[in-house]
Design a protein around this ligand. Structure first.
Ligand code: HPA
Length: 278
């Protein structure tokens, strides 16, 4: 397989998907750890396992099913990634961005990217949702940028602007939905680190000092690729564990998956409300 994702690879996957569904999605969704059950809400779904899509990065970890679910949700045709892949699983950043390219070629214009995240902001608690107002692209600054390699001109410019990765209009819609449903929602800056190890207390104090509110191992690559292609992005973190700035608590994957159960109903409220208003 080539080092970087090519138009040929993207077009091949798109044509395979189009033989398996007649539906034309306009909204994409990527579901993070413990949040995959949201896909069960999709009506009359066509389901395509990632293993049927050549080159598609396959998720290897618990909490990620590994299939595309295409169907109707709140009056919109959606394509949902039930399970995503992370950089730490061994895929290159270019491949982490491949699903977003495919979604765009299928007709997606808006994409909702979710993740499970650890709180860095001490005011955040497990079970909170956080709208991403921005992200810190530390991994990308360090050379792991999903846009590295030949530019795919069909999607966007070689040097894309990243001043508004998260669409202001979608953010306003999400705020409105939260307000209408009396749902408290946090806002802040997310950072994607490599993982798979969680942060040390010293890491967390560093992240706090540079203005980060929540930390995870995803979303930034996909959002960067989406912004390059001109997609409107809504980013939502489900806070699964609290800030551990003093090292007094431990973080486990089981805890992250458990928090998903509290987070999914809230996430559904936001996602449904946003879909109705798009
Ligand atoms: N750190 C990194 N990734 C995460 C965390 C965390 O504390 N919680 C869920 N994903």
């Amino acid at each position: 397989m080539s080092e970087f994702v090519t138009m040929e690879m993207i077009n091949k996957i798109v044509s395979i998907i189009q033989t398996k569904t007649k539906k034309k999605p306009t909204v994409g969704m990527i579901l993070g750890s413990g949040l995959g059950s949201l896909a069960n809400e999709v009506k009359d779904p066509d389901i395509i396992p990632y293993s049927e899509l050549p080159g598609w990065p396959i998720s290897t970890i618990e909490g990620h099913v590994g299939q595309l679910v295409i169907g109707e949700y709140e009056g919109k045709i959606v394509v949902v990634m039930q399970g995503r892949t992370h950089f730490y699983e061994g895929y290159s950043m270019s491949y982490i961005g491949l699903p977003v390219r495919v979604m765009q070629k299928l007709g997606v214009e808006n994409i909702i990217i979710t993740n499970a995240a650890g709180a860095v902001n001490p005011a955040f608690a497990p079970g909170d949702l956080m709208l991403l107002t921005d992200h810190n692209a530390m991994l990308l600054m360090a050379g792991q940028n999903p846009l590295r390699g030949p530019n795919l001109d069909e999607f966007g410019a070689r040097f894309p602007d990243m001043s508004k990765v998260y669409d202001r209009g979608l953010l306003d819609l999400a705020r409105q939905v939260a307000k209408d449903n009396d749902l408290k929602i946090q806002e802040g800056v997310y950072i994607c680190l490599s993982g798979p190890s969680y942060e040390t207390p010293a890491d967390l104090r560093f992240l706090h000092a540079i203005g980060v509110d929540a930390v995870g191992m995803s979303t930034v690559p996909e959002a960067t690729v989406a912004a390059h292609g001109g997609l409107k992005v809504l980013g939502i973190s489900g806070i699964s564990n609290k800030a551990n700035l003093d090292g007094s608590t431990e973080t486990t994957h089981a805890e992250v998956l458990e928090a998903g159960k509290i987070l999914v109903p809230k996430l559904k409220t936001i996602v449904k409300g946003v879909l109705q208003r798009i």
